[in-house]
Design a protein around this ligand. Structure first.
Ligand code: SDX
Length: 428
């Protein structure tokens, strides 16, 4: 007999089923609530509402646990490579050597994009934000592969689209960057691995040879892994709900890129650097900014702090903070912004206002400092987040499709005008 809870409404008592996950999380299944009681629930921002069961990523916000398909993020960030982790998230298990080599080979062979995309990219203004280009370019890919728009796609067709997306996103990202600075684009080179290829497309120039620095390649690999999935966050939920209408995978991923762009979500990594530079240029004093962050009448927030789920620490922030120290030391870079970031973290960790609200550095707080050290321009920070998150979005979309989930269509409570009659404009 599965567990149930009782709900009393007016003079009736209802029994609602409880579902329990593999990590002993519990939820009240309200899928029949309206038909049984006439009531719906409401939970703006879905702070207490689960949208699905999922076997992809497990978070424990109190204990600071993050696992992809059961593997702790600390182990994957230390030992795995990004394509291996992408395969794990999408297909459910770490690939064997044969599976990995085939996956890597397929992706390597799809890194080129149709030359007509050059015309598409050239049409953007020079100062176009690369996230605006990336979101549009990903959706545009579906027009080059019309078979991807068919419903009831075969497993092979979906796998091909998955490979094309993983292969082409770095090329699109690098080309959007080169376009924004008026430089010639670089074409993918099959001799490079995933991270090396992205870096050479970003930084190679006709005038000089470019060989990716192994320190930078390793740091990029780690950052992409740390961003690869995060269960039902804003952008993953967007990908799921767009995909639930049977929109194709390119269109669903494009919607995830758009959702990630917001400064409360993936756009925070760019906003963090802007905030730290503003503090530095303002003389580096923190108390003024700490007070602004606490002031309800001030819209200023400490970007890179706080999280809907993590209330003690974000395990990714811990790993990225250490990686920032390592990368800057190995590259011989001294970045005063890192010092301000560490000082700000120290103040926040010892301030009752932030501690009582469970505000700690999140994944976006230190990542921008590493991207800067790798030579990635600030406007590309959220693009880097999107590149990392792509396998997670794909895995979430694929799980939703394989579960044959219904189209997402939330209810509402109407609070507008009750019925009234139209009057002619003369009578108003
Ligand atoms: C990501 O969901 C994910 O998993 C996301 C992500 C992923 O991997 O996909 O982890 C990536 O998006 C990380 C978050 C990046 N965003 C930022 O760094 C922007 C700054 N952070 C905040 O906007 C905020 O903390 C959120 C959006 C991250 C979380 O918002 P919640 O859960 O809705 O919390 P809230 O806004 O209700 O805040 C609770 C309280 C409020 O104060 P009170 O009304 O209780 O007095 O904490 C305060 C807030 O004012 N607060 C902050 C704050 N964040 C929350 N105060 C100052 N600075 C902040 N950053």
């Amino acid at each position: 007999m599965s567990e149930t809870v009782k709900l009393s409404i007016e003079d009736k008592t209802y029994e609602l089923p409880v579902i329990e996950g593999s990590e002993n999380e519990k939820a009240i299944d309200i899928s029949k609530l309206r038909s049984q009681t006439g009531y719906i629930t409401i939970d703006t921002g879905f702070k207490n509402t689960g949208s699905t069961t999922s076997g992809i990523t497990f978070l424990d916000g109190e204990k600071g646990i993050l696992r992809y398909r059961g593997y702790p993020i600390e182990q994957l960030a230390e030992k795995a490579n990004f394509l291996e982790v992408s395969y794990l998230l999408i297909y459910g298990d770490l690939p064997t050597k044969i599976e990995y080599e085939a996956f890597k080979e397929n992706i390597t062979n799809h890194t080129l994009i149709h030359e007509d995309m050059r015309i598409f990219l050239d049409a953007y203004p020079t100062k176009a934000h690369p996230m605006g280009i990336l979101s549009a370019a990903v959706c545009t890919l579906s027009t080059f592969y019309p078979e991807s728009q068919k419903q009831n796609r075969s497993v092979e067709a979906i796998d091909l689209t998955i490979q094309r997306l993983l292969a082409k996103l770095p090329t699109l990202a690098a080309w959007a960057y080169k376009n924004s600075i008026g430089h010639p684009v670089n074409y993918p080179k099959n001799k490079y691995n995933y991270c090396e290829n992205f870096l050479q497309m970003m930084f190679a120039m006709p005038a000089f040879e470019y060989e990716p620095d192994p320190v930078i390649v390793d740091a990029l690999n780690k950052l992409l892994i740390l961003h690869a999935d995060h269960e039902q966050n804003c952008s993953a939920s967007t990908v799921r709900i767009v995909g639930s209408s049977q929109a194709n995978l390119y269109a669903s991923i494009s919607s995830g890129v758009s959702a990630l762009w917001g400064p409360l979500h993936g756009g925070a990594n760019q906003a963090v650097i802007g905030m730290l530079e503003k503090i530095m240029n303002d003389g580096g004093g923190l108390s003024k900014w700490i007070n602004k962050a606490k002031d309800k009448n001030d819209s200023f927030r400490l970007m890179g702090f706080g999280h809907r789920v993590y209330k003690n620490f974000d395990p990714r922030a811990k790993i990225i903070k250490k990686a920032a120290d390592d990368v800057l030391e190995k590259l011989g870079i001294v970045d005063p912004v890192l010092d301000i970031a560490k000082e700000l973290e120290e103040v926040v960790l010892n301030d009752e206002y932030f501690q009582s609200r469970g505000l700690y550095p999140n994944v976006d707080f230190y990542s921008g400092i590493i991207y800067r050290a790798l030579g990635i321009p600030t406007e590309m920070f959220t693009v880097m987040f999107a590149m990392g998150r792509l396998p997670g979005w794909i895995a979430q979309w694929k799980e939703m499709m394989e579960d044959n989930q219904p189209i997402g269509r939330p209810r509402q409570i109407y609070t507008g005008e009750t019925e009234r009659n139209y009057t002619s404009i003369e009578q108003r």
